[in-house]
Design a protein around this ligand. Sequence first.
Ligand code: CP
Length: 308
Amino acid sequence: MDRLFHVVEAQQFDRSLLADIFSVTKEMEEVVSRYGSNILNRRIMATLFYEPSTRTRLSFESAMHRLGGEVMTTESAQEFSSAAKGETLEDTIRIVEGYADVIVLRHFQSGAARRAADVASVPILNAGDGPGQHPTQALLDVYTIQKEIGRLDGISVAMVGDLANGRTVRSLAYLLAKYDDVTLYFVAPDVVRMKEDIKDYLRRHRVRFQEEKDLLDVSRKVDVIYQTRIQRERFGDRIEDYEQARGRYVVDMQVMEALSEQARVMHPLPRVDEIAPEVDPDPRAAYFRQAHNGLYIRMALLRMVLEA
Ligand code: CP
């Protein structure tokens, strides 16, 4: 098995390593059903979060606890760490690597995880870097598609919502590009269309993609609708753009009627109003199961980067 160290961006994985990660992830599901393990006994994970989080931070922390390790955490790190006194990210990493065996970093700047990895002697796990990437989310998304639909080659996915600011869709596009015969549909308000760097990457790797406007029409032909939140926090004072984008595409019962019985609705969460609550009881609504898979993926990553 390839040695895994930093997890910075979704492009870094190849299919063989992805298969290894998903195999360990399946084992981790069994470990949780047996009430955990002590394989990371005496190992320490630091979580440095400069942006808010529920799922990513708590699932990483739960993952470390369930493997018998220890956790140190700073949330609101911009305010409650020495970043508030002007310490650089690089200096913070050089300090924390002396206290912990692995660092999980969420930061508000695109490229922050790469900067941290460039100076770190312990593994850096990118837990989201501004509008850049969220590779561990993409891993759990792809694992969820495999588990729910049963395949990745030949999959068709509609990415919907805030595709310009959404780090989850960016990482997911990079990761799905590793598989064969994939089709992506980008359904986004004009002000938050998918950026050119991702489209260029897909062209270079011969991945089919189309930009579409009609969510109902797209819903009839996809295996997965991957809905995302319009990210108010990334618009700054562009309130009009935000209002234009918000509520434009909602997954509601009409969309569910158009979707095939085998298809799934996914969302990285949190949601605001872009999936109607009436959709939740539908067995094709996979977003809460998807979030639970984050625990198993993060247990697998911690085990793989920390194994002797
Ligand atoms: N999906 C995700 O990154 O959620 P959090 O912001 O709650 O971590």
